[in-house]
Design a protein around this ligand. Structure first.
Ligand SMILES: Cc1ncc(C[n+]2csc(CCOP(=O)(O)OP(=O)(O)O)c2C)c(N)n1
Ligand SMILES: [Mg+2]
Length: 728
């Protein structure tokens, strides 16, 4: 056996500064880093005091001990660079926001504190305390901070959840040629999450301008790195993703600054992404002001040894020794930091008669604003006129899948920032089912094949959308949404509301509903109820090519995420579409009566519209006059209850027909609303006619038995029409 030792292709280095490096640091930069370190430290201690006075709702995850990881990194960034952070993010946020508001010309050694710094401290503290003047109106709080203008894309309460978004932001910066880079902060605990590895794989694959900055503070809550990982130097994993890895002392801001400066400069020039691992330590337990030793997962001795390394004490001494600041200047900087924090405390709180702090009551957001900002204002469709099929004279037949490819191509041609991500989308002559047919040749840089990582590329697409691109994500089978669930639902769907309506999420997620193919339990789900659980999503299920084109056009204008559910059986079907016109719009929130009737209202959507229309004759033969309504938009906020109510007022009876398994559909929620709002018009209960409440079996006979059948639809509609509720 021949054996050969292989050399890793990528470098893995440890950086440590010496006196020369300190002396070489530009004095204003050094002073600025020191100011940030002191301000962050004082800010956190003030926050803990306010927590003690019951002024902060929720956990306080402080960055005490880790201040330099933010201060020295941000000092090496440009205002246009972006940060995506973990939930322990006060330090990143304060540094980035202060950098944005106060440029590098401010010398904290001698000049007075700029009012902008006070404002940052005030609004950051207000956000963390859940108060209206905060950056997200108090809704996001500490774990969901966001300040778009400053390039702070969000702190994130899902460990590693922000990594795909960071990779996506980096993708967009590279694609748009801005020269900006993205820093993604995570803790050591995040290194064991799939989302992080999917993001790193994509960043390495596409050589994105991304720094993964690991603050390895040795613990994730009370679990040590040793207990969680076979390797303690987590940056070794960088090599697996074609990245360089670096280890640096989190208490060595000079090394951090130099390292970030050099790697960022290389990246702006097309260099590869990297992983920086800062070995650091948090003074306190995971949250609050008690030390970790109180919970016995670390010792008092370890904490005492680490306390000596805290940058808040070492950096002033280091800079004084190097002659960068003198004693008087140190006092000036320390004072300025204290002033900023005092101004924040005074802004957010007042002292009660007993001398204790309390929140200024006028700063609470009004209860009436709790549900504000779920959706965009709708202004994006303000100047758009909508079309009905009746208005279009000349039509031609078009395959449903061809309509998808045609309208996608239309948008890629019209909007240079539109882009498609998905598995195999650039292969097989148009993806797994022809939805990108002919587009790879026309738009080779925007039909992007992804590795099999639904969470990674959905989150990455979300990140591109945060930087102004308009991404279309194809999820090959709808069931795979569950693999991407954190990105689709915790991140994409919640982002607008969670960040206090400070962000648009222009993203289209297309997905195939694969029932009736013998693909079984994990490829046959109709996920409509899943998406509907998260009201950030607009959901459409076009029943024909005409609606597909019109609804897709509306989706591509939408500032909210839109899920388009495409039933497999539709792809090969032909439908009339207007000749030579792809530019008409079908509105969201507009159901369509596709057959009029007087005995019973049948609400349905997607492929089931065509099935129900096909059963009209049988129903008529049974003496039933059914009014069939294509719901078209399926999320509760957009559900067209006006059209539904009008129909129910006429018929007095209602059946909801859907192919989804009973507990995975929307019939339950729709029925509840109809029963409440149309109670006086109804002769009896609203009945749901759905597939069995099981995951679809493979066996042809069992799949048939599972899915809602024509006989079942006809008999249910007939029974409800004849007011035989027991039979229905
Ligand atoms: C997906 C997910 N799992 C678990 C948690 C609960 N949790 C919050 S923080 C945390 C520890 C994170 O540790 P680390 O990444 O090392 O960051 P650190 O707290 O040390 O800064 C855990 C388990 C979470 N927020 N998200
Ligand atoms: Mg940790």
């Amino acid at each position: 056996m021949k054996r050969k030792n292989l050399k890793p292709q990528f470098q893995w280095q440890q950086w440590k500064s010496d006196a020369e490096d300190v002396a070489a640091l530009e004095p204003t930069t050094a002073a600025r880093i020191l100011f940030d370190v002191l301000a962050i430290n004082k800010f956190e201690l003030a926050l803990l005091e306010l927590k003690g006075a019951d002024c902060v709702w929720g956990p306080v995850h402080t960055s005490v001990g880790q201040e330099a990881c933010a201060a020295a990194t941000v000092a090496a960034l440009q205002p246009g660079d972006k940060i995506a952070a973990t939930y322990r993010a006060h330090h990143h946020f304060l540094s980035k926001a202060m950098q944005f508001r106060v440029d590098g010309a401010w010398d904290p050694r001698t000049q007075p504190l700029p009012e902008e710094v006070n404002e940052v401290a005030q609004r950051t503290m207000a956000e963390i305390m859940g108060l209206a003047p905060g950056y997200c109106g108090g809704r996001g709080g500490s774990m969901h901070l966001r300040y778009r203008e400053a390039g702070f894309l969000g702190s994130n309460a899902i460990v590693a959840g922000g990594a795909p978004l960071a990779a996506g932001a980096a993708y967009a910066e590279k694609f748009l040629g801005t020269g900006n880079v993205v820093v993604c902060y995570v803790g050591d605990g995040a290194l064991h999450q799939g989302a992080l590895h999917e993001a790193l794989n994509l960043a390495g694959l596409w050589q994105l301008p991304l720094i993964l900055f690991i603050e390895n503070n040795l613990y994730a809550v009370a679990t040590s790195v040793k207990e969680a990982s076979a390797v303690e130097d987590l940056s070794v994993r960088a090599a697996a993703y074609a990245m360089d890895g670096y280890i640096v002392d989190g208490g060595d801001p000079v090394a951090i600054y130099q390292l970030v400066s050099e790697t960022v400069a290389a990246m702006r020039d097309g260099g590869r992404p990297c992983v920086i691992e800062a070995k650091c330590y948090r003074r306190f337990h995971h949250a609050g002001d008690v030390p970790g030793s109180a919970f016995r997962y670390r010792t008092k001795e370890e904490e005492a040894a680490q306390a000596k390394r805290e940058v808040v004490t070492t950096l002033p001494r280091l800079l004084e020794k190097a002659g960068v600041v003198d004693g008087e200047q140190l006092a000036h900087i320390d004072d300025a930091a204290q002033q900023a924090v005092d101004s924040a405390v005074a802004f957010c709180t007042e002292k009660g008669e007993d001398g204790s702090y309390r929140v200024r009551p006028e700063l609470w957001p009004g209860a009436d604003t709790a549900a504000v900002g779920m959706r965009s204002s709708g202004d994006e469709w303000k100047n758009i006129s909508f079309t009905t099929p009746e208005e279009l004279a000349e039509t031609e037949q078009m395959r449903y899948s061809d309509a998808i490819a045609a309208i996608t191509g239309r948008w890629l041609g019209r909007d240079p920032k539109a882009i498609v991500f998905g598995e195999e989308v650039a292969n097989l002559g148009g993806g797994a089912y022809g939805a990108t047919k002919g587009l790879t040749e026309r738009f080779p840089d925007r039909i992007i094949n992804t590795p099999i990582s639904e969470g990674g590329f959905s989150g990455l697409a979300f990140g591109t959308a945060q930087i102004g691109m308009r991404a279309i994500v194809e999820i090959m089978f709808a069931d795979f949404a569950l693999v991407a669930a954190d990105q689709l639902f915790n991140q994409i769907s919640k982002a607008r509301h969670m960040y206090g309506d400070t962000t648009d999420v222009p993203l289209v997620v297309r997905s195939r509903v694969g029932t009736g193919l013998g693909y079984g339990a994990q490829h046959s789900m109709d996920p409509v109820g899943l998406y509907a659980l998260f009201p950030g999503f607009r959901i459409v299920a076009p029943a024909n090519a005409f609606d597909y084109i019109g609804l897709f056009n509306s989706a591509m204008v939408s500032e909210d995420p839109v899920a388009i559910l495409e039933h497999n059986a539709l792809y090969t079907a032909q439908f009339p579409v207007p000749v030579g016109n792809l530019d008409y719009f079908v509105p969201f929130g507009s159901a369509r009566v596709v057959a009029t009737g007087s005995d019973v209202t049948v609400l349905t959507y997607g492929q089931m519209v065509n099935r129900c229309l096909g059963l009209q004759e049988q129903l008529a033969a049974a003496g039933v006059s059914a009014e069939i309504v294509d719901l078209r938009t399926l999320d509760q906020l957009d559900m067209d209850y006006a059209t539904i109510a009008e129909s129910v007022a006429k018929t007095g009876a209602c059946v909801i027909v859907e192919e989804a398994a009973k507990s995975q559909g929307v019939a339950g929620a729709v029925a509840e609303r109809i029963q409440v709002s149309c109670f006086d018009d109804l002769d009896g209960p609203v009945i749901a006619c759905t597939s069995l409440d099981i995951s679809t079996p493979v066996s042809r006979s069992l799949e048939l038995a599972a899915l809602v059948s024509d006989e079942q639809i006809v008999s249910t509609v007939r029974d409800v029409a004849s007011r035989s509720w027991d039979e229905a």
